[in-house]
Unconditional design. Structure first.
Ligand code: PHE
Length: 452
């Protein structure tokens, strides 16, 4: 069967645009909100070391695999997996991988939209000067009052999801590419401004650096290793088809392994730089880094409230978080939208509203976890929000990623992988070795160790 050189949904206009879009997907709440607090909870340096190892040995080969599958299939992940399974004569069961990814997308979006909504609210809140000179009680009370108000949380979640839906509805070129083309450069500039701000004004920059890079392995538990691995998948947007969908719009002439490495480097750079903004601010104000999910919403506004220029730079910070969240959430919606368009012949608008609406609806469960449903525990003992986060990061993404690596490494017709990657023999074998053995085995071991 002759296969498509273009996707019916559109194409990125260049390799650079693909990098911006995929980096946009990767850089998100995972980098700025999640990475610093998870690193803080797990003792800093040792966690960071394992995380970096996971990015290089698991993240890079799996990202390469995902882009390769996407570009070879040129359709939504569900149909790409179907076509590649057939074309390679593999067990039809592999088609399920596309569905697993779509499900993971809804699970992630459901809580992602809620946290992104908080970030938007905090833009207004910091801009208004509410935190200037505020004390710790005020900062945590402000967070409590806001999150306990279901109406407020749902309002901001709805706004964020509507924005996401609107962008995706406009299509790959007009919607996705236009958005990342403007937001990503701004994001990088704002981040540099904030790092400079933290370096110049806190007087605790070196402490932040050493917190991130003092590799103290004694502090690390198996649970910490699982968290580091889950974080690597989440932060690179791997294991659910977002990168596969984006890869299906990638021009043929661009190098997949090189591009994957660039994206992984950019993403890791942003995570570390976020740490270098957040930790010095926290240390300068004598606060705790292990504050959990509230680190960004309680500790940080408090810190900004006591800094010179904190009102302006605090506002900039939450604008940055909002931008990062938008360029990620559109990639969470895209796989399911592309599938609906292919399958049900819906217009993009109809498909985007359907997917965005369903994710919004499931997300109400997460929005309510902080207020009217705060006492409701799902099987496993966690609330709805924490369950979604745990299931997506620690189960669905690593499982999806492991299967993607196995499929690309073992089961796909080798002509396809060789042609897409166009590496020399040594480099091809190196990638294949990582995809066949290292990445899946590493994921498997971490799984076993945490569940035993
Ligand atoms: N990578 C995004 C982040 O770090 C989250 C994400 C996960 C986006 C999976 C798409 C797919 O915030």
């Amino acid at each position: 069967m002759a296969h498509a050189t273009e996707s019916m949904h559109g194409m990125w206009s260049s390799r650079f645009m693909f990098i911006l879009a995929a980096a946009g997907s990767a850089v998100g709440l995972g980098n700025i909100w999640r990475f610093p607090y998870v690193a803080g909870e797990n003792g800093g340096g040792a966690f960071v070391l394992v995380y970096l190892g996971c990015i290089a040995l698991i993240g890079w080969p799996i990202m390469t695999s995902e882009i390769l599958l996407g570009r070879a299939g040129r359709q939504s992940p569900i149909n790409t997996m179907r076509e590649l399974t057939l074309r390679s004569g593999a067990n039809p069961g592999w088609q399920g991988l596309g569905w697993l990814g779509a499900a993971a997308g809804f699970v992630i979006l459901s809580f992602y939209g809620v946290i992104a909504g908080w970030a938007m609210y905090y833009v207004i809140s910091l801009a208004s000067g509410a935190f200037t000179g505020a004390d710790a009680d005020f900062a945590s009370a402000a967070f409590d009052t806001f999150t306990k108000d279901a109406g407020q949380v749902v309002f901001w979640q709805t706004l964020f999801m509507a924005l996401t839906t609107l962008i995706v509805a406009r299509g790959v070129g007009q919607g996705l590419e236009t958005t990342v083309k403007y937001l990503m450069p701004m994001l990088f500039i704002l981040l540099l401004v904030l790092v400079a701000y933290a370096a110049v004004t806190t007087g605790h920059f070196i402490e932040g650096v050493s917190f991130l890079f003092s590799f103290n392995l004694e502090k690390l538990s198996w649970n910490g290793v699982l968290m580091a691995m889950g974080q690597a998948f989440f932060t690179l947007s791997l294991g659910m088809g977002a990168i596969m969908a984006y890869g299906s719009y990638m021009p043929k002439n661009a190098s997949i392994p090189g591009t994957a490495a660039t994206i992984a480097l950019l993403d890791t750079g942003v995570a570390l730089m976020s740490g270098l903004v957040i930790f010095p601010l926290v240390f300068a104000n004598g606060l705790e880094v292990s504050a959990g999910p509230g680190l960004m919403f309680i500790t940080l506004p408090l810190a900004f409230g006591h800094m010179e220029g904190g009102q302006i730079f605090g506002t900039i910070f939450f604008v940055l978080v909002t931008f990062a969240a938008i360029t990620s959430s559109i990639s969470l919606v895209e796989p399911a939208v592309a599938w609906l368009v292919e399958r049900a012949r819906l217009s993009r608008w109809q498909a985007a509203v359907a997917v965005g609406g369903l994710a919004w609806f499931i997300g109400l469960g997460s929005a309510f976890s902080f207020n009217i449903w705060s006492d409701v525990k799902l099987p496993g003992g966690l609330d709805f929000f924490s369950t979604m986060d745990f299931v997506a990061n620690n189960i669905m993404l690593p499982l999806g990623g492991m299967l993607i690596a196995l499929f690309a490494g073992w089961f796909i017709d080798q002509q396809i992988s060789r042609e897409e990657l166009s590496l020399n023999e040594t480099a091809f074998r190196m990638w294949r070795f990582l995809a066949r053995f290292i990445a899946p085995v590493a994921v498997f071991i971490v799984f076993i160790m945490t569940f035993v």
